[in-house]
Design a protein around this ligand. Structure first.
Ligand SMILES: [Zn+2]
Length: 357
């Protein structure tokens, strides 16, 4: 969901109602006084566009070119390897949707309104009553979504990156509301897990690959609708993401079924681009800590290919995984590093009721 460890989102999940584990959608806590609702932000951004006679502007080419330089994408593996985020950068009490402090957020929202996939992300955030809060540029990551609070923290210093982070985190919000999350369950000591440990890492990979496939789709559309910088700056984010984006481009340009084909290629490339190990290494210590303190040692279900398809079924391009025979249990999706495989074995977690899958 977010980057670094420990994470505000992880900590914020502690003490969550255990019923949230088995009863999606997850309970949402109104983040009053922390951020501004997406609905209010959209209204303010639309009003601003009316007053100035134009939609929120695209960034100057120079600004767009800079987007790749930073600590990493919203949930990127590179960011996951970075030190814990500077939480002093999180602050936006009494943020007014039409106030000067929210100008950067309005610009990001205005850009996101201009293509179907990013507009869909805004719709989802609004539907789920997610609030948006400012993450100051001093933060070491681009943004994150806190499920337990229903707040998306966003940096505004690079508009296209802001749109990408918004799309990525909106997808996590949507996934969580549909009952797919790698956050909440582990915050309830003693709770039976819905997934075994290996499935847990796999689920996390699928959720991130799916979110990044949406980022690629939105950037692809925005490059056509608004500014080529939406795409070129994505290619510059990092080498792993550049590989994912290149796969999207090659598939989308060469297939009559362009966008779903692009998403499918991006999803597969997420695994072959080496995205997985960073996320595994970031999530596994947390699982180990929970197990070490006696929580969550049983799992009722194993994530299977049908689970991956169920997640994709609610995507911007539903059925985008249909061209993949085994979107989760086949290669390269389950390729663990030797170190991770050894640690998974050491956890000695067992699927106690595989029939529940
Ligand atoms: Zn993520």
């Amino acid at each position: 969901m977010s980057d670094g460890a420990p994470q505000p989102s992880r900590r914020a999940g502690e003490g969550v109602d255990p019923s949230a584990v088995t009863g999606p959608p997850l309970a949402r806590v109104q983040p009053e006084g922390v951020g501004v609702t997406l609905a209010a932000l959209r209204r303010a951004a639309a009003g601003e566009a009316e007053v100035t006679g134009r939609a929120a502007g695209a960034p100057a080419p120079a600004a767009a070119a800079q987007l790749g330089h930073g600590p990493g994408h919203g949930c990127s593996a590179s960011a996951a390897r970075a030190p814990a985020p500077d939480t002093s950068g999180i602050a936006s009490p009494r943020l007014a949707a039409d106030g000067p402090r929210a100008a950067g957020l309005r610009r990001i929202v205005g850009l996101a309104e201009r293509a179907p996939a990013s507009r869909r992300a805004l719709d989802q955030l609004e539907r789920l009553d997610v609030a948006v809060a400012l993450l100051y540029p001093s933060a070491r990551h681009w943004g994150h979504y806190v499920i337990g609070e229903g707040v998306l923290y966003l940096r505004c210093d690079h508009p296209w990156q802001g749109v990408r982070t918004l799309v990525h985190e909106a997808r996590h919000a949507e996934q969580a509301a549909a009952g797919y999350s790698t956050i909440v369950e582990w915050h309830v000591p003693g709770t039976q897990l819905p997934w075994d440990a290996a499935s847990y890492l796999l689920l996390n990979r699928v959720l991130e690959a799916d979110a990044d496939a949406h980022v690629a789709l939105a950037s692809w559309q925005l490059a056509r609708a608004v500014d080529p910088g939406a795409w070129s700056s994505l290619l510059a984010v990092d080498r792993e993401f550049a590989g994912i984006a290149a796969a999207f481009q090659a598939a989308a340009a060469g297939d009559r079924d362009g966008e779903p084909a692009g998403m499918r290629a991006a999803f597969v490339a997420w695994f072959t681009a080496g995205r997985g190990p960073g996320y595994d290494e970031y999530l596994l210590p947390w699982i180990e800590r929970v197990v070490a303190r006696g929580g969550a040692t049983r799992a009722a279900r194993r994530l299977d290919d049908a689970g991956a398809r169920a997640i994709a079924a609610q995507a911007a391009c539903p059925r985008y995984l249909d061209g993949i025979e085994r979107p989760l249990t086949g290669a390269p999706f389950t390729a663990w590093s030797e170190a991770i495989a050894a640690r998974l074995a050491g956890l000695a977690l067992r699927v106690v009721d595989a029939g529940g899958a």
